[in-house]
Structures are given as structure tokens and as C-alpha cells.
Design a protein around this ligand. Structure first.
Ligand SMILES: Cc1cc2nc3c(=O)[nH]c(=O)nc-3n(C[C@H](O)[C@H](O)[C@H](O)COP(=O)(O)OP(=O)(O)OC[C@H]3O[C@@H](n4cnc5c(N)ncnc54)[C@H](O)[C@@H]3O)c2cc1C
Length: 401
């Protein structure tokens, strides 16, 4: 076993760290946070340097690398700043669905402008009555000649107000059994791409964190888009979603790894400098132990996430069966661990930790969503328990443990 990065991975991680150090200034973060603004110019710069297209095919200007390399970049971005890091990643994460299930024509149409930083992507599964339960949708998709017509409402769509395209999950067969009869379809937000009807986009109210992204409601009013925009097989939309989540959940875990690494760095620095009772507070055993425990927690989440990413990139037909055991593992563990680490970092800062300037309270607020989106902690544990109930014990013994 070799724990070292390849030379390329090491260079990617260093480049991401240097980019973030230079560009993720406290002033920019503060301005975007206060104005609830997506840093589109920063997204463009990140794309120009190849970070956005790292995991996309070379045919669309990407680098064709894996989930592992993506995770390294996300970690560095979120380590530097939770808000900016998460906003940038969430702008290109949904495009992964096009990479995994799109045709060559869809790759060119949707992924190329994204890899160049000109387009932002979004994904709309969640509806008012369908959150954790994605086995059927109220949003309908009806065949209409060379188009399909969408009606319904989606909520909580990240990037809603500035995304250039949205992957929408809709019900094409209302009589189908749970999990069937749904189709994923690509919807461009530019009205000139529509064949009829309209799409209404409303920003939702104030949220706890993630202020540098929009969270919106999408209302489809007989919106007609080209049939060629169907993503994957018609009627197999849930397969598109699940295939996406197997990769994306690892990258969400990488957000949390970066979020808590940044908090640890700040707490460590502060605990060495802050003097009380004539000594640095890290000299008090309670603070020293706290920082030491944070160190262990950060590494447990980090190594687990690297392992899940590595497994995904080395997946075979046999190991694919148990992939959710590892993606769900890190999707619940890393966000929960990061929450505990960042909470402790706030304590290390004392009263100052409660104020915006230290940037640890924002990390807490930003990180909190990682426990919820792309499936809640409870949903991840359900996924794991479902597999653990039936997976062959000999296989577990010989191959997984
Ligand atoms: C800031 C933000 C950004 C988001 N971005 C997007 C996006 O871009 N696209 C998108 O489609 N969605 C997005 N979401 C939606 C998110 O994925 C859902 O909120 C999440 O999946 C939970 O759905 P829900 O809110 O309807 O809660 P519910 O499903 O109603 O769950 C409520 C509670 O019940 C629990 N629960 C539900 N079912 C079970 C079960 N079977 N077993 C045990 N516990 C259960 C849940 O864990 C939770 O604690 C976003 C949400 C937020 C807040």
C-alpha cells in the first residue's frame, strides 16, 4: 500500500492551494457572503486554470481525471474558504450527470461551455412533496412530437437564478411502480432554447449558510424543450440520479474535509498565539487535547474520503455493487465529523469565535448543509444498512475488511 500522491495529483493539489490562497481573499468572501452573490468571475478563472474540467472528458476541454483529483481540488478550495469553495464546486457538480449519461452531442453542448467557465449547471430533483423520497415525482414530462413538455414545481435548486442549464427529474409515467417511469431532462434557462411555455425562477428566502449560492424554486409552465435533451434512457431517470450520487456524495464529503481542515488550521494558529493567565491557551490541557482530537477527527474524515474516491476510480463490476457502502459512509461521516471539529474550533476562539471576522462560525453554517443535501445523514445510513443486511459475509470478510 502506498499512501503517497502521484506526481500529477501532488501538482494538482498544490496548484489548487496556490490558486485559492491568491484568489479567495477575505474581502471577496465577505462581499459575496454579505451580498449573497455567486463569484462568477472566480468560477471563470478556476475554469481557465482547468479546475472545473478536471473530471470532464478531454473531448470537451476537460482533463479526463477521476473523482480523487476532483476531491483534492474541492478540499483545497474549501480549506481556504468554505463559502467560496462550496459555491465554485456546486456550480460544476451537476454537470457530472451529463458526463456520466450524456451523448456526445450533449457533451459538446453542455460540458464544453461549462469547462470553459462560461456556463453554470444545476440539478432539480427535490419538490415540495418529494425530498428524501425520490421514487416518484409530481413534475410531469409528456411527449410532444420532437419535444417534451414539463409541468410542476422544484424547490431548493442550488444556482437556480444564474444556472445556464438544469438537470430536471420528471415523471413520464404516472402509473409506473416506485423508482420507475421517471426521466432526466436537460433544460437550458435561456428562453431562446425553449420550444414553448415558460420557466419561472424564484429565489427562496434566507438560509443558514451557503450564502454565495442561490437556492431557488423552479416552476414549469408547459415548458417544451427538445426531445434531444433527454439525459440517459427515458423512464430510467432514477438510474441517472443514483449513478450521479455515487460520485457526487464523495465530493460533498471532500467539501466537509476542506471545511474542517480550514477550521483546524485557524484554531491551531489562534491557540498558539492567544495568551491567557500568562501563557498560550494551547498550554492548557483542555485546549491542547481539543486541538489534538480535532487533528485525529480531521484525518479520519480525510483518509476515509480519499479511500472512497480511490475506490470509485478503481471500481469494477463486482465492487460497484457495494459502492454505496463507501459513498454513503463518507457522505454522513465527513459532514458530521466536520461539524464537531468546527464547533470545537469556535470554542477555541472563545467569544471571538462567535463573530464573523474569524470565519469559523461561517464554516459551521456553510458545512451544515453537507449533512442534508444529496441525501440526509439518515438516508445515507439507510443505504448502508440496506446493503449490510444482504451483502455476502464472506465477501465482506475477504474483500471489504
Ligand atoms: C441549501 C440547500 C441546497 C439544496 N440543493 C439542492 C439542489 O441543488 N437540487 C435538489 O434537487 N435538491 C437540493 N436540496 C434539497 C435536499 O436534497 C433535500 O432538502 C434533502 O434531500 C431532504 O429532503 P427534504 O428537505 O424534503 O426533507 P425530508 O425528506 O422531508 O426529510 C425530513 C427528515 O426526515 C428524515 N427522513 C426522511 N425519510 C427518511 C427515512 N426513510 N428514514 C429515516 N429518516 C428519514 C430526513 O433525514 C430528515 O431528517 C437542497 C437543500 C438545501 C437546504
Amino acid at each position: 500500500m502506498d499512501f503517497s500522491f502521484t506526481r500529477e495529483q501532488s501538482e494538482i493539489k498544490t496548484a489548487a492551494r496556490e490558486f485559492a490562497r491568491g484568489e479567495f481573499t477575505p474581502e471577496l468572501a465577505d462581499e459575496c457572503e454579505r451580498n449573497h452573490r455567486f463569484p462568477r468571475e472566480l468560477f471563470r478563472k478556476a475554469a481557465e486554470l482547468g479546475f472545473v474540467g478536471l473530471n470532464l472528458p478531454e473531448t470537451v476541454g476537460g482533463s479526463g481525471l477521476g473523482v480523487f483529483e476532483n476531491a483534492l481540488v474541492i478540499e483545497e478550495f474549501c480549506k481556504a474558504d468554505s463559502g467560496l469553495g462550496m459555491a465554485l464546486h456546486l456550480a460544476y457538480l451537476p454537470a457530472k450527470m451529463v458526463k456520466l449519461f450524456g451523448t456526445d452531442a450533449q457533451h459538446q453542448r453542455f460540458l464544453r461551455p461549462l469547462a470553459e467557465g462560461r456556463w453554470v449547471s444545476a440539478v432539480a430533483f427535490t419538490e415540495p412533496d418529494h425530498g428524501s423520497d425520490l421514487t416518484s415525482m409530481n413534475t410531469t414530462l409528456v411527449d410532444d412530437g420532437d419535444g417534451v413538455v414539463l409541468n410542476g414545481t422544484k424547490v431548493f435548486t442550488t444556482n437556480a437564478t444564474y444556472a445556464d442549464f438544469v438537470v430536471v427529474l420528471a415523471q413520464d409515467d404516472p402509473g409506473a411502480r416506485p423508482g420507475r417511469g421517471m426521466t432526466a431532462v436537460l433544460v437550458e434557462t435561456d428562453p431562446s432554447s425553449w420550444l414553448g411555455g415558460r420557466l419561472e425562477i424564484n429565489e427562496l428566502g434566507h438560509k443558514m449558510g451557503l450564502h454565495m449560492t442561490s437556492s431557488g424554486e423552479l416552476v414549469f409552465h408547459d415548458l417544451r424543450v427538445p426531445k434531444a435533451n433527454i439525459l440517459g434512457e427515458k423512464g430510467r431517470g432514477l438510474d441517472v440520479v443514483l449513478g450521479f450520487l455515487d460520485e457526487s456524495r464523495i465530493e460533498i464529503a471532500a467539501q466537509s474535509v476542506g471545511n474542517c481542515e480550514g477550521a483546524l488550521l485557524k484554531a491551531l494558529d489562534y491557540s498558539r498565539r492567544r495568551q491567557q493567565f500568562g501563557r498560550a491557551i494551547i498550554e492548557f490541557q483542555s485546549i491542547g487535547h481539543k486541538v489534538a482530537r480535532m487533528w485525529s477527527q480531521v484525518h479520519s474524515a480525510k483518509l476515509m474520503t480519499y479511500y472512497a474516491a480511490w475506490r470509485k476510480d478503481h471500481e469494477t463490476a463486482v465492487t460497484a455493487e457495494v459502492t454505496p457502502l463507501f459513498t454513503s459512509m463518507v457522505k454522513h461521516y465527513a459532514p458530521e465529523t466536520a461539524k464537531a471539529v468546527i464547533d470545537d474550533a469556535i470554542n477555541v476562539f472563545g467569544g471571538y469565535g462567535y463573530f464573523l471576522e474569524q470565519d469559523v462560525e461561517r464554516r459551521y453554517r456553510d458545512n451544515r448543509i453537507a449533512e442534508i443535501y444529496e441525501g440526509t445523514v439518515e438516508v445515507q445510513l439507510n443505504n448502508m444498512a440496506r446493503l449490510l443486511k444482504k451483502v455476502n459475509l464472506e465477501f465482506v470478510d475477504q474483500t471489504l475488511l
